[in-house]
Design a protein around this ligand. Structure first.
Ligand SMILES: [Mn+2]
Length: 143
């Protein structure tokens, strides 16, 4: 589920993956890989870093687990008045992060005929690093 509120014309953006029924070992494995890649990327956010470098942190983790071909989009995007703004966390974005930027971090793994997992949080670039603005749980949700 990918959604978000608006407040005073500014947007937030969140994705959570929900499992229906009992998740299999593979569901849990893929979920953990996506979550680990997201946390590694978030923890690498700081002023002075290139956007492409943050994308690479998540992408390299997913690739190291054998799912590189299953992560077919950029890691994230800036947001504000529009939900999707520049700069992007992508392979080709050379923009350097500055304090005050708000970026999404949303790695995913999608497997044809099986399903997909994406986890998205909004992250503020601060003077010394980052602050995660999204407070919703990232524990595995089963209904
Ligand atoms: Mn998004």
């Amino acid at each position: 589920m990918d959604f978000g509120p608006q407040y005073n014309h500014y947007n937030a953006d969140i994705t959570r993956t929900v499992f229906i029924g009992e998740p299999t070992a593979k569901h849990r494995e893929v979920y953990q890989i996506v979550l680990d890649s997201q946390m590694k990327a978030i923890e690498s956010i700081a002023p002075g870093k290139k956007c492409s470098g943050i994308d690479a942190v998540a992408r390299e983790h997913i690739a190291s687990k054998g799912y590189g071909e299953n992560f077919g989009h950029g890691l994230g995007h800036s947001l504000g008045i529009d939900v999707h703004e520049e700069p992007r966390f992508s392979k080709t974005c050379d923009t350097v992060l500055e304090p005050g930027m708000v970026m999404t971090v949303e790695p995913g793994i999608y497997i044809e005929g099986w399903g997909g997992v994406r986890i998205e949080d909004d992250v503020l670039v601060t003077e010394n690093g980052f602050e995660v603005l999204t407070k919703a749980t990232k524990d595995l949700i089963c209904i």
